[in-house]
Design a protein around this ligand. Structure first.
Ligand SMILES: *[C@@H]1O[C@H](CO)[C@@H](O)[C@H](O)[C@H]1NC(C)=O
Ligand SMILES: *[C@@H]1O[C@H](CO)[C@@H](O)[C@H](O)[C@H]1NC(C)=O
Length: 455
């Protein structure tokens, strides 16, 4: 299997004589790019058949077949796609059908807000120049930020802005101030092209204000995003339950925005029986006749999962496929034994296994608690480090988090996800809050609060 990647794509699936190749192409110039890709492929492979798979349909396949609920409402949303930006599907047995395509693009708006904040992008000079450029005194004005936005998106790592903004939002305080235009701004579909890059002056003033103002802007953007998404999903659940002769088992979030663990947790608590039973953050859960039983997000909800979707569009899996460790193996695996011998490496099991590891992380015999890198088997398929390529450290206090962030060249505010033994979940969260792919973020029981749990 081979795959390419770019944002906002349709997926092109090439079936060759021996194997299946999947690749993607840009939606904006769909036909031209498809053609270009096809031409470069046929130089190397003899292709029997080409298939074009819609972007969100592909996300939906990955989300639904990853767990195989008997039936589900599948919500796929992200900043771009040849078939929309916020779609819903109903999965029943082995089939899925699209039931809605909403004119919402919260992913694009969310990204755009992240681009305005220098602690997110690291582009301080650009931010200063941008803020000096406009007269933001007049509230009635909408400023055209397209050029700035495009510039930021080129200079910073485009695909990481949203994830950083999510962590950054936790640094903001609820100042009680709202920005009147924000709800409307976040809700506006980016398909209304004439308003694509326009941002209300009042929002820009917050983005160009001091750090407190920037951080609280991040916080209210996340709040607005939560409300928009949960509101849309609620009305989808209502409409779908009215028109279906059976009740749905699950709710699946997929697409790049399904990496937003804050929104995911809210959806879990608000819309599912399992979540409603443990909800601490949401006062009002949906009435039980509208709720589904369970919630799921696949290990690779964003575009990194699309290649597998190409395969599943041709043959859906007969049983649950564990995708999360299907990434690349070690490039130099054949040299492993020799290097281990050279470094006089000793097996962990020989030293005492997990108990030894715990003592090591706790700093036994050392002046400083170590950070231990783990590499085992094939790497993760999807963006989360789930123990095959992870850094282990003792989660106590913020010092270790700061060291981890320095080590990874990450911003100071970025959280790390603590790993918690199954048998301790209840003590830490008050219920068995499973999150095998880091897709939700349960609040901790107060006195167990870990200083660097996801915000
Ligand atoms: C998927 O999300 C991760 C985390 O935000 C990001 O690093 C990665 O580039 C994304 N991949 C694609 C193909 O969008
Ligand atoms: C610390 O030293 C003791 C005694 O040498 C040894 O048994 C133990 O395994 C060491 N612990 C670690 C984590 O190195």
């Amino acid at each position: 299997m081979l795959c390419g990647h770019s944002i906002g794509t349709a997926l092109v699936v090439a079936l060759t004589a021996q194997r299946i190749l999947t690749l993607e192409c840009l939606s904006r110039f769909r036909h031209l790019d498809t053609l270009r890709l096809q031409i470069s492929y046929i130089r190397f492979f003899s292709v029997r058949e080409w298939r074009l798979l819609d972007h969100h349909h592909a996300h939906a396949l990955i989300g639904y077949f990853d767990l195989q609920f008997p039936s589900a409402l599948i919500v796929s949303y992200d900043g771009e796609g040849n078939d929309g930006t916020f779609n819903a599907y109903v999965g029943l047995g082995r089939d899925i059908v699209r039931v809605a395509q909403l004119a919402l693009d919260p992913g694009y708006r969310y990204n755009m807000m992240g681009a305005l904040l220098p602690e997110v992008t690291g582009l301080w000079d650009e931010h200063q120049m941008f803020c000096a450029h406009f007269d933001l005194a007049n509230d009635a004005v909408w400023v055209d930020a397209t050029i700035f936005y495009d510039q930021v998106m080129v200079k910073s790592t485009i695909l990481s802005v949203a994830g950083k903004l999510m962590g950054y939002a936790a640094t903001g305080e609820a100042t009680g101030t709202t920005i009147m235009e924000l709800p409307c701004f976040v809700r506006a579909s980016s398909r209304s092209k004439e308003r694509y890059g326009l941002i209300p002056a009042r929002i820009l003033r917050a983005a160009c204000g001091d750090l407190t103002s920037q951080r609280s802007l991040a916080w209210i953007v996340q709040e607005e995003f939560n409300q928009l998404v949960t509101g849309a999903v609620e009305s989808l659940l209502l409409r779908v339950s009215e028109s279906l002769p059976f009740s749905l088992h699950g709710l699946v979030f997929t697409g790049g925005c399904a990496l937003n663990v804050i929104t995911n947790q809210l959806a879990f608590e608000r819309f599912t029986d399992r979540g409603a039973a443990v909800s601490k953050t949401i006062v009002e859960v949906l009435p039980s006749n509208l709720r589904v039983k369970d919630f799921h997000v696949p290990p690779a909800p964003n575009d990194s999962g699309l290649s597998a979707a190409g395969l599943w569009s041709i043959a859906s899996p007969q049983q649950h496929q564990q995708l999360q460790y299907l990434g690349f193996g070690l490039w130099d695996e054949e040299a492993l034994e020799a290097s281990a011998a050279e470094w006089k490496a000793v097996r962990l099991s020989f030293l005492g296994g997990v108990d030894y590891l715990a003592a090591l992380l706790a700093g036994e015999n050392r002046t400083r608690k170590p950070i231990v890198a783990v590499v085992r088997g094939r790497q993760e398929f999807g963006p989360r480090a789930l123990g095959h390529r992870s850094l282990l450290a003792l989660p106590e206090g913020t010092e270790i988090k700061d060291r981890l962030n320095r080590l990874k060249f990450r911003q100071w505010y970025r959280p790390v996800a603590p790993m918690i033994a199954d048998e301790d979940l209840e003590a830490v969260f008050g219920y068995v809050a499973k999150s095998p792919y880091m897709h939700v973020i349960a609040p901790t029981v107060e006195d167990e609060r870990l200083s660097h749990a996801h915000p």
